[in-house]
Design a protein around this ligand. Sequence first.
Ligand SMILES: CC(C)(COP(=O)(O)OP(=O)(O)OC[C@H]1O[C@@H](n2cnc3c(N)ncnc32)[C@H](O)[C@@H]1OP(=O)(O)O)[C@@H](O)C(=O)NCCC(=O)NCCS
Length: 110
Amino acid sequence: MPAMPNCLRWWGFHGWVRVGAEIGYAAHPDARGRGVVSAATRALAEHSLRPEPLGGFGFRRLWMHIAEPNTGSHRVAAAAGFSLAGRLRARSLVDGAPTDTLIYDRILGD
Ligand SMILES: CC(C)(COP(=O)(O)OP(=O)(O)OC[C@H]1O[C@@H](n2cnc3c(N)ncnc32)[C@H](O)[C@@H]1OP(=O)(O)O)[C@@H](O)C(=O)NCCC(=O)NCCS
């Protein structure tokens, strides 16, 4: 079994006062389908929303942008406790075709 953390990448950027951060992820094709991305994203979200005095990053809001046809990514978002928050029409290009992007978010207390 490959070392899962090396198969995952995630990134976030800090709002000017840690108001929020965007989460993204990708897994090596050989590591997909094992629930690792869902578990890692949930753990990252919980750490990111935990207040700084409790050892977390102290963000108030996290969000993701996911192209509508990306079923696996929608499942990851739901499994990590994110809720559908909106739709950006024709924001993405998938195979050259304009495609809606869905926004998911998770806030402190979710
Ligand atoms: C999206 C991605 C990270 C999901 O990785 P993964 O290893 O399949 O994730 P998990 O194993 O945690 O599975 C999450 C869920 O999605 C489902 N799933 C994964 N791929 C799927 C697909 N193509 N179609 C339908 N469901 C899918 C899994 O069955 C699982 O469902 P469950 O929660 O009911 O068990 C991976 O496909 C990937 O790296 N894709 C390319 C990069 C990418 O699209 N990143 C997201 C950009 S928004």
